[in-house]
Ligand binder design. Structure first.
Ligand SMILES: Cc1cc2nc3c(=O)[nH]c(=O)nc-3n(C[C@H](O)[C@H](O)[C@H](O)COP(=O)(O)OP(=O)(O)OC[C@H]3O[C@@H](n4cnc5c(N)ncnc54)[C@H](O)[C@@H]3O)c2cc1C
Length: 416
C-alpha cells in the first residue's frame, strides 16, 4: 500500500509515523512518502511556544473540550477518545522525549522545539519514510481507486492520500493556504479561513504613547454590547492595539460574532472601585507632589500619563488639586478601560487559522465522505483551540487518527 502525505508539519509527520507503526503492527507492507514544498519539515513547529514548544495541556486529561468551545464538539470528543492526552504523552515517550509539566502546560524537558522536530524526523528515518522537500504540488487527481500527484519533483501514485498542509498563518513557514485549494479540488467545503490567536487592532491614535507597556489585567471581549468572554493575563500594548495571550484567545471569537467589538480592561482586578478611589484619595492627602505622580507605583508610567491626559489633568499641577469627580473618573478608567476594536492582525502574524475543511464532510476516522481514501489532519481542518498547547494537540490527535486509519480502516476503495 502506498500512502502520500502532503505537508510535513506536526500533523503530517505524526500521520506518517503512526501509519508506519500501524502497518508494522498489522504486518502490512506500507510505503509512505511526505511531500512538502518547503525546504525542510516542521518549520512552524520550530517556532512554537517561543522556541520551547508547548506540546499539549494537562487540562485535556480531565476536560478535553473546554479549550475548543467553538469547534465541532462531537468530532473532537470522537477524536480524543481515539487519541487523547495520555496517548500523546506515550507517543512522545516512545520518541525518546522527556516531558516537563509547567503548571499544566506540557513542554519537552529540553525546552527546545527543535528537539521535537529532531525526534519526529528521527522516527521518520527509522521507519524508512520517504521525505521529499522543495516539492511544489501542481495538482492531485483521483485515478481509479487511488491518487496521482503531479509535482515539481515528478509524479507520485498512492492508494491513500493525507492532506496535512496546515492553514494560512505564518505563510513564510510554508503554510500558505494552498492546501485549501487541494481540498476544494476534491469537492470539500472550506469554511472561510481567518487569522486566529492574533493581536487586536485598536481604534484611536493614542497607542503610540502607551506602546511597550505590559501589565497583568482582566480583559473582556464585547460584541455588539454583549460580553462574549473574559480572560485574565498579561496585556501588551503595541503601536496599533493590544496583544498578549489573553487578547489572542479573545481574538479567536471575533469571527463567530457580530460587531462592533471592544475590549474592556480591568487593570486592577484584585481591587474594587471603592478601594482604588480611597487609595488615590489617601495618596493625594498624604503625599505632596504633582499630578504626574498620582499613579506612580500603581500603573506603568506611560499608562498613568495617558489616563491623566484623557481626564484633562495637567501633570504639573499639585496632586491635591485633583478633584473627587476626577478621581472617580480615573478610577472608572482603571477598572473599565474601553478599547474599540477595528480588526484583528493579519495571517502573517496569526498563530493559527480559524476556518478550514468542514468536518461535517468527514468520517470519524478523518476519511473524506466525498472521496474514499482521502484523509485530513492538522490545522487544515476547521478545528482550533485557544493558546496553551491545544492546537498542537489537535495535530498529534488528527495526525495519529488519520495515519492509523489510512492503513487499517476499511474503506469503500479496493486496495490493490
Ligand atoms: C509563532 C507560533 C507559535 C505557536 N506556538 C504554539 C504552541 O506553543 N503550542 C501549540 O499548541 N500551538 C502553537 N502554534 C500553532 C501550531 O504551530 C500549529 O497549529 C501547527 O503547526 C499546525 O500544524 P500542521 O501540521 O497542521 O501545519 P503546519 O505546521 O502549518 O505544517 C504544514 C506543512 O505543510 C506544508 N505545505 C503547505 N501547503 C503545501 C502544499 N500545497 N504542498 C506541499 N506542502 C505544503 C508546509 O510547508 C508545512 O511544512 C504556534 C504557531 C505559531 C505561528
Amino acid at each position: 500500500m502506498n500512502i502520500l502525505i502532503t505537508g510535513g508539519g506536526p500533523a503530517g509527520m505524526t500521520a506518517a509515523i503512526k501509519a508506519a507503526e500501524a502497518g508494522e503492527n498489522a504486518g502490512k507492507q506500507v510505503n509512505i512518502t511526505i511531500l512538502d514544498h518547503s525546504d525542510r519539515l516542521g518549520k512552524k513547529l520550530r517556532m512554537t511556544g517561543n522556541g520551547h514548544c508547548n506540546l499539549t495541556n494537562e487540562v485535556l486529561s480531565s476536560d478535553p473540550l473546554s479549550a475548543y468551545s467553538f469547534a465541532d464538539q462531537r468530532m473532537l470528543r470522537n477524536l480524543f477518545d481515539r487519541f487523547g492526552f495520555e496517548d500523546t504523552l506515550a507517543f512522545f515517550r516512545s520518541l525518546g522525549i522527556c516531558i516537563r509539566n509547567r503548571d499544566g502546560l506540557i513542554y519537552p524537558y529540553s525546552d527546545e522545539a527543535v528537539s521535537v522536530v529532531s525526534a519526529l524526523s528521527g522516527a521518520l528515518e527509522r521507519y524508512g519514510i520517504r521525505v521529499i522537500t522543495d516539492c511544489g504540488i501542481r495538482k492531485i487527481d483521483r485515478t481509479g481507486s487511488g491518487f496521482t500527484a503531479e509535482t515539481t519533483k515528478g509524479v507520485f501514485h498512492a492508494d491513500r492520500l493525507i492532506l496535512a498542509c496546515g492553514g494560512a498563518s505564518y505563510p513564510k513557514t510554508g503554510s500558505d493556504g494552498s492546501g485549501y485549494a487541494l481540498a476544494k479540488s476534491f469537492g470539500h467545503r472550506v469554511n472561510t479561513p481567518v487569522p486566529g490567536l492574533v493581536r487586536l487592532v485598536g481604534k484611536g491614535s493614542f497607542f503610540k504613547n502607551v506602546a511597550g507597556v505590559r501589565m497583568k489585567g482582566r480583559m473582556s471581549l464585547f460584541a455588539d454590547g454583549r460580553v462574549i468572554k473574559t480572560e485574565d493575563g498579561e496585556l501588551q500594548l503595541t503601536e496599533k492595539g493590544i496583544s498578549g495571550i489573553a487578547v489572542m484567545n479573545l481574538s479567536n471569537l471575533l469571527s463567530a460574532e457580530k460587531g462592533p467589538f471592544s475590549v474592556r480592561i480591568d487593570l486592577m482586578p484584585e481591587f474594587s472601585e471603592d478601594m482604588i478611589r480611597s487609595m488615590l484619595a489617601d495618596k493625594i492627602r498624604t503625599i505632596p507632589g504633582n499630578a504626574a505622580e498620582l499613579f506612580t507605583g500603581i500603573l506603568p508610567r506611560k499608562l498613568g500619563a495617558h489616563f491623566l491626559k484623557t481626564a484633562k489633568i495637567r501633570p504639573d499641577i499639585p496632586m491635591k488639586e485633583i478633584g473627587s469627580q476626577q478621581i472617580k473618573k480615573l478610577t472608572e478608567t482603571v477598572k473599565k478601560w474601553e478599547i474599540g476594536i477595528e480588526d484583528t492582525g493579519s495571517f502573517e502574524e496569526a498563530q493559527i487559522t480559524l476556518g478550514g475543511v468542514d468536518t461535517a464532510d468527514l468520517e470519524d476516522t478523518l476519511e473524506s465522505r466525498i472521496v474514499p481514501g482521502l484523509y485530513f489532519a492538522g490545522e487544515i481542518l476547521d478545528l482550533h483551540g485557544f493558546c496553551g498547547g491545544y492546537n498542537l494537540q489537535l495535530c498529534w490527535t488528527t495526525g495519529a487518527v488519520a495515519g492509523v486509519n489510512a492503513v487499517c480502516a476499511p474503506t469503500k476503495v479496493d486496495i490493490k
